[in-house]
Design a protein around this ligand. Structure first.
Ligand code: FO1
Length: 318
């Protein structure tokens, strides 16, 4: 693989593949654009969970059990906050708190989210470029029969229980691709765009909602390949399957591919072995399909999925 790789990532599945890609792609060639939709202001802090998860995962600081936040965490701040009657539904570990405090300080000092992210990732010795997809606020609102919910209220406070009827991405119309995302999309050396196995609705659609991104993805010479976040009719993690069902989609890898193709040009799709039977129907629709073991449980499987998706892109480039 030679040339720049752009990955679109959100959530835990995205971070896993990002780590796999970082084992295979030279760090100077790897740009990972993080979903902005989960970001929110909380306790006076600007919190960017998908940037956080990528940052901790690629710096080796993440708590792989919990899936978010830092390993070796302590919770004194939360305990003291509770004593004071503060909001404790969103857990901020003592070490994690430092990242939010320093990011918020930088933003208040006038840095863009891209600048703050580059500084923080630099301090943590992260090689690949983790970048926000946009420097403007884009906030996912989850529509439910009882009204709209801010994303983290739906995801954490209500544990994804409400029935989802749709999504809005507040701020998207006024947003622009971040400088690094725009540069990657315009890079003649772009070798592949990888859509990570993230939730299509809450992790990838907010990125595609940024004006110019979907158009650019449909215009790039490089192959655009996605890894299915659904394996054997179930989501590997999180509410993807529940959302597909609630929005009236079939709960399948095919439904996710069709969802992406309704928005962008998708050239390749990596299915898990459990879904090999779906390959022919997707190929009949014009997709180039590869099949691999895609459930990522350790560094070897993350690296193997990265190799599988990059070799699919290689096939498409020839
Ligand atoms: N997820 C939870 O389920 N409960 C939490 O208390 C929680 C806190 C948290 C703090 C920082 C951070 O970066 C992520 C956090 N998450 C928590 C995960 C977060 O809601 C998700 O990572 C994304 O928003 C969706 O992938």
């Amino acid at each position: 693989m030679t040339g720049r790789i752009l990955a679109l990532s959100g959530g835990i599945g995205g971070a896993k593949l990002a780590l796999g890609l970082a084992q295979v792609v030279p760090h100077a060639d790897l740009t990972i654009a993080a979903n902005p939709g989960d970001d929110f202001e909380h306790l006076g802090l600007t919190i960017c969970p998908d940037l956080d998860t990528l940052t901790y995962t690629l710096s080796g600081l993440s708590d792989t059990e919990r899936g978010w936040g830092r390993q070796g965490e302590t919770w004194n701040f939360m305990a003291a906050l509770g004593e004071l009657g503060g909001d404790t539904w969103f857990n901020l570990g003592d070490r994690d708190l430092a990242l939010h405090a320093e990011r918020t300080r930088r933003l208040r000092a006038g840095e863009t989210l891209s600048q703050a992210t580059a500084a923080l990732c630099g301090r943590l010795g992260i090689g690949p470029s983790i970048v926000p997809a946009t420097d403007q606020p884009v906030r996912t609102v989850v529509e439910t029969p009882d009204g709209p919910l801010p994303f983290q209220h739906y995801f954490v406070r209500l544990r994804c229980e409400p029935r989802v009827t749709g999504f809005r991405f507040e701020g998207a119309a006024a947003a622009r691709p971040s400088p690094a995302l725009a540069e990657a999309l315009a890079d003649p050396g772009l070798a592949a765009v990888v859509i990570c196995p993230s939730n299509p609705f809450i992790s990838i659609d907010p990125i595609l909602a940024i004006p110019g991104v979907a158009e650019a993805l449909s215009a790039v010479q490089a192959p655009v390949v996605a890894v299915s976040p659904v394996v054997g009719g179930a989501a590997v993690k999180g509410p993807t399957a529940k959302m597909l069902a609630e929005l009236g989609f079939e709960v399948s890898a095919s439904a996710v591919a069709r969802h992406y193709r309704s928005r962008i040009r998708l050239d390749g799709y990596l299915l898990d072995e459990a879904d090999a039977g779906l390959a022919s129907e997707l190929e009949a629709e014009g997709l180039t399909v590869a099949v691999a073991q895609t459930v990522m449980t350790d560094l070897d499987t993350k690296t193997a999925v990265a190799r599988a998706v990059l070799s699919l892109a290689d096939r498409l480039r020839r």
